[in-house]
Design a protein around this ligand. Structure first.
Ligand code: SF4
Ligand code: SF4
Length: 472
């Protein structure tokens, strides 16, 4: 029985409710009046329900679809302006006891090279990431209580925060590790993590169990209820995601929004971010095996409807996406992207020899961080290395209140410009620097509060003189 307030996975992600929503959306996909009413509701920027969002996703009316894409762009502009937050994944270990059939780290894959970084190796990776200009990382490990116990993850976080190399620093460490206990979430919180990220992969319980035939991840309820435990452990910011292409995308899209509604209703705060990875080729994995792969048009529409449905939630895409696909979805709602990523264990400090393949998936966008930054600037975006909210204690409901009132805009743009200036001073190629300085001069005029604009200009001057790490 569907109950958004239930702590039980099978009740807040109720299969019957998803099926009923899928039918409802099919029946109403050409219902002009209803679709107009949903778009009108969405215009208030307070979000729409999973059923309403699904109707928009299924809508076949050209005019209404265009209105939906326009609205997604408007909402994106209103909440995120031209800013795109940059991050990089850091793979610590690919030892894993699970059996996810879509991931090359699955325990039975004997021809992938298994690696686990020592603290010394982590230091090298972090120095290499700092030398690129990164300030925000997403840690990734497989699930393996012997090789990757929680103590290893905690020690690694401490190591990462402790490295100060030239002007570099990692200022926010987000963590993507397997579902765990409230006690371990408390320890992660105490270690100062930013967002706790855990992808659901699919919300369809039966398929989930088939896709995860053995290992702790097989337990659908334990995995699906992980975010509730994380929040109980004091982690304010959690990041959801499904691996689009594993299962019927309409089913997973609905489950994803029901999960967001559950967190908002039950815990008082919706997800901080939603990631939208699509299945990619990798060692031992052929995406062709998954017949539910989604094409670029559907992918773009998914992103746009998510933007309309959860305006306050950051949307993330990785380098799984091609340059073309990334460019398209940036305008419809994506607010965070990775750049210069390596998906192998230890791939930043030294290029991995081909015979040692330890990557989780093939990267589709192989450009360096500087090339990605320049590309964004050329497209009129402001690459941001901001990590201010977490460091100022603006997390969870405090963060959401500021976002919902629109006040966060007083922080985001100045912080984006100041961190971009740091990047330009310390890491950018000459050409990137030239265009970046022009973009900063132009964008600074968009800071509405004159006092904040003045203070931002002063701080940018100080950054040019060598000072670092200002934030609002
Ligand atoms: Fe292990 Fe995660 Fe890969 Fe599953 S998806 S095999 S849990 S690393
Ligand atoms: Fe994100 Fe906060 Fe920085 Fe805005 S000010 S970009 S919300 S960390």
């Amino acid at each position: 029985m569907y109950n958004v307030m239930s702590p039980k996975a099978e009740e807040f992600i109720d299969h019957e409710e998803i099926l009923a929503s899928l039918t409802y959306a099919q029946e109403n996909k050409n219902n002009r009046e209803l679709i107009e009413a949903i778009l009108e509701k969405a215009r208030a920027c307070r979000g729409i329900s999973h059923r309403e969002a699904l109707v928009l996703l299924d809508c076949e009316l050209e005019e209404q679809n265009q209105k939906m894409f326009d609205l997604a762009m408007e909402i994106k502009q209103k909440f995120y302006g031209n800013r795109i937050v940059m991050f990089a994944p850091l793979y610590l270990s690919n030892y894993c006891i699970n059996s996810c059939v879509y991931c090359p780290y699955h325990a039975k894959n004997k021809h992938i090279c298994r690696k686990k970084l020592t603290q010394e190796e982590i230091k090298k990776e972090v120095v290499a990431l700092q030398d690129m200009g990164h300030k925000r990382l997403a840690l990734e490990t497989g699930e393996d209580p012997v090789n990757n116990p929680i103590e290893y993850v905690l020690e690694s976080i401490k190591t990462i925060y402790g490295i100060k190399h030239k002007n570099g620093a990692i200022r926010r460490v987000n963590v993507n590790i397997a579902a765990t206990t409230v006690e371990n979430y408390k320890r992660l919180k105490d270690a100062g993590i930013g967002t706790y990220i855990l992808f659901q992969e699919t919300y369809h319980k039966e398929n989930y169990e088939k896709l995860h035939p053995a290992g702790p991840k097989h337990d659908y309820a334990y995995h699906t209820e992980a975010m509730d435990r994380a929040m109980e452990g004091g982690i304010d910011d959690v990041g959801l995601g499904v691996l689009f292409g594993l299962n019927m995308y309409r089913y997973d899209f609905t489950g994803l929004l029901m999960h967001a509604e559950h967190l908002e209703a039950y815990k008082g705060v919706g997800p901080h971010t939603i990631s939208v990875p699509r299945i990619r080729h990798a060692d031992d994995i052929d995406p062709g095996e998954f017949s539910d792969a989604i094409n670029d048009d559907i992918f773009a529409k998914l992103v746009a409807v998510l933007r309309v449905a959860v305006p306050y939630t950051g949307l993330i895409i990785s380098t799984r996406e091609s340059v073309k696909s990334r460019e398209r979805v940036l305008k419809y709602g994506v607010s965070q992207i990775s750049g210069g990523s390596r998906t192998s264990v230890g791939g930043y400090a030294e290029e991995e020899p081909e015979e040692e393949n330890s990557a989780q998936f093939d990267v589709n966008d192989n450009r360096t961080l500087d090339q990605v930054v320049k590309w964004l600037l050329d497209l009129g975006y402001v690459p941001s290395f901001c990590t201010a909210c977490y460091r100022e204690g603006r997390t969870g409901d405090r963060f959401m209140k500021l976002v919902k009132s629109g006040q966060i805009a007083n922080c985001c743009l100045p912080n984006a410009l100041m961190t971009l200036e740091e990047y330009l001073q310390d890491y950018a190629a000459q050409e990137t620097k030239c265009i970046g300085e022009k973009v900063i001069q132009e964008e600074i005029k968009g800071i509405q509060n004159l006092l904040i604009r003045q203070r931002t200009m002063e701080k940018i001057e100080k950054i040019q003189e060598g000072e670092r790490d200002f934030r609002f």
